[in-house]
Design a protein around this ligand. Structure first.
Ligand SMILES: [Zn+2]
Ligand SMILES: [Zn+2]
Length: 295
């Protein structure tokens, strides 16, 4: 199969919230579930049933119920039914940029591995700063709060994101493509790997992974710290995948306190999935309008 088409269909499944077709819905669901269950199995092996995500899924709290809804809707792409309204058309612009003239066709000049390497580093750098801004700017924090209102971690918490959060990620994901040219080669394999990191870092595995988790790929333990209620953990460990950005830009948590109670000190976003999504939308729009008025 033509690699470009393969990549495009993957991108479409993940980011194009306006297409609904049953085959791709099922395919995306199977692949995602396979990766999620692999991580759940690793959890069972290392930390046992009592601490596992699986046990939490069988007896879910209100927070986990929101995670389950997010997981089912995103992994099947059925979120399209809601996101078409809530994502404010941002994925459509992302798709337009993806197919527009790009500035520099890196794929034609660079070996595939170099193109992929630069693309992943560039993308992760953008997502690191985007994540910091989501925490820093009032209206954006209203969106990102939905992810942070999870009160317990579960492998599938990675999917607990407001459609606007996902849409903004989709939008910034095409920036490196616009500057460097569209991906070529076997990028798809690496994207599957990229997704697996998301499940792993939201797992209940208490792993720091030594220097690898500290400097290379963010460990599950360091992502727990990012979700912590504890003040000294706030605004730390923003890395999406590559932990190095937190060291370079001074946001790595180096302290001793590893006791992270998860969630936000005050949240009303664990009541009812659809109501919670709508609440976030209204809070975002209200804050955004207020900021525009005050500027
Ligand atoms: Zn965050
Ligand atoms: Zn998270």
């Amino acid at each position: 199969m033509d690699i470009f088409n393969f990549f495009y269909s993957f991108l479409e499944k993940t980011y194009n919230f306006y297409v609904l077709e049953i085959d791709s819905i099922l395919e995306a669901f199977y692949i995602t579930s396979l990766v999620a269950f692999t991580v759940i199995l690793i959890e069972l092996l290392f930390i046992g049933w009592d601490n596992s995500s699986l046990k939490k899924l069988f007896n879910p709290s209100k927070s986990t119920i929101n995670d389950i809804f997010s997981y089912i809707l995103y992994s099947t792409s059925l979120i399209v039914l809601i996101a078409a309204v809530l994502s404010l058309g941002i994925p459509y612009f992302a798709k337009t940029i993806f197919f527009s003239e790009t500035l520099f066709e890196a794929g034609e000049y660079l070996p595939t591995w170099a193109h992929l390497f630069i693309y992943l580093i560039f993308l992760d750098f953008i997502h690191y700063w985007q994540h910091r801004l989501m925490h820093r700017i009032g209206p954006l924090w209203e969106i990102h709060k939905f992810h942070h209102s999870a009160e317990e971690m579960n492998v599938i918490t990675v999917y607990r994101e407001h459609p606007l959060d996902k849409a903004l990620l989709a939008f910034t994901s095409v920036i490196p493509i616009f500057l460097m040219g569209r991906p070529v080669g076997d990028f798809i394999i690496f994207f599957a790997f990229y997704n697996a990191i998301g499940f792993l870092k939201h797992s209940r595995l208490p792993w720091t992974l030594g220097w690898f988790g500290k400097y290379i790929i963010q460990s599950p333990r360091d992502h727990w710290i990012h979700h912590s209620k504890n003040r000294e953990h706030h605004d730390k460990n923003f890395a999406n995948n590559f932990a190095i950005w937190d060291h370079i830009f001074g946001t790595y948590y180096n302290g001793k306190n590893q006791n992270a109670e998860l969630g936000l000190n005050k949240t009303d976003l664990n009541k009812n999935y659809l109501r919670d999504l709508w609440r976030v939308q209204i809070n975002f729009l209200t804050k955004a309008l207020k900021s525009i008025k005050n500027s």
